[in-house]
Design a protein around this ligand. Structure first.
Ligand code: 13P
Length: 256
């Protein structure tokens, strides 16, 4: 059984006081559920404060990005071992904003995935198509490329530990959510890809989150789908109430 993972991606939001308050509330919500794993990825400069607030609670804390080199002259970058040293256990890699705003290519993301495992971080690998690509019927081609390059060279143990987040770019921050059926189809496709790349058993073990305008109102229907194993939540993770409601909806959906 895959334990659903609901993770907040706070992006470049909050100040220090807001981050601490949100972390405390989110950690309290995480402590209320056992059937769902809960995470938060705050801005890097607030990681230490958020980790302190999460201490002794089940809240998983992660970075939003990292560089693949361990150290050196890379001004402005953060190394995986630095995130691990703070106490992070996970890191988002290949987010669509990294791919499309900052131009990160697949091979760079692949290097980051390997570097994350090398320092004990479990990556959340984001994949997903642009609206033009969906309209052109290229969704599966794009998702196949993101998944295949993101997992390239990983051992079966590493591949089994990765979390894949399917985030259709057209649904991110737009209020337009993929329908449960649209999302389920792509999640099932990702699982067949994993079975081709590794084997059927591994494909059943990997958690695949959905991301893109997840809210309390649509979380239940999305989480009811058999291949949707949680959510990567942007905007709605910045409000403690709405994030707690999403966690509760996911717990309800998966308990039934
Ligand atoms: P929104 O939930 O704001 O659409 O963002 C989704 C996302 O990008 C999570 O990584």
């Amino acid at each position: 059984m895959r334990k659903p993972f609901i993770c907040g991606n706070w992006k470049m939001n909050t100040n220090r006081a807001e981050a601490v308050a949100l972390a405390e509330a989110t950690a309290a919500a995480a402590a209320e559920v056992t059937v769902v794993e809960v995470g938060a990825c705050p801005p890097a400069c607030y990681l230490e404060a958020v980790l302190a607030a999460a201490q002794g609670t089940p809240l998983v804390v992660g970075g939003q990005n990292m560089y693949f080199q361990e150290k050196g002259a890379f001004t402005g970058e953060i190394a995986g071992p630095m995130l691990a040293d703070l106490g992070c256990t996970t890191v988002i890699l290949g987010h669509s904003e990294r791919r499309h705003v900052f131009g990160e290519p697949d091979d760079l993301i692949s290097k980051k995935v390997h570097a994350a495992f090398a320092c004990g971080l479990k990556p959340i690998l984001c994949v997903g198509e642009l609206i033009e690509q969906r309209r052109a019927g290229e969704t599966e081609t794009v998702v196949r490329r993101h998944v295949a390059t993101g997992l390239e060279g990983l051992s079966p143990e590493q591949a089994a530990a990765i979390v894949i987040a399917y985030e259709p770019v057209w649904a991110i921050g737009t209020g337009e959510t993929a329908t449960p059926d649209q999302a389920q189809k792509v999640h099932a496709f990702i699982r067949t890809l994993l079975a081709d790349l590794y084997d059927a058993r591994l494909a059943q073990a990997v958690r695949i989150q959905y991301g893109g305008s997840v809210k309390p109102e649509n979380a239940y229907d999305l989480m009811r789908e058999p291949d949707i194993d949680g959510a990567l939540v942007g905007g709605a993770s910045l409000k403690a109430d709405s994030f707690a409601a999403i966690i509760a909806e996911a717990a309800k959906a998966k308990r039934l």
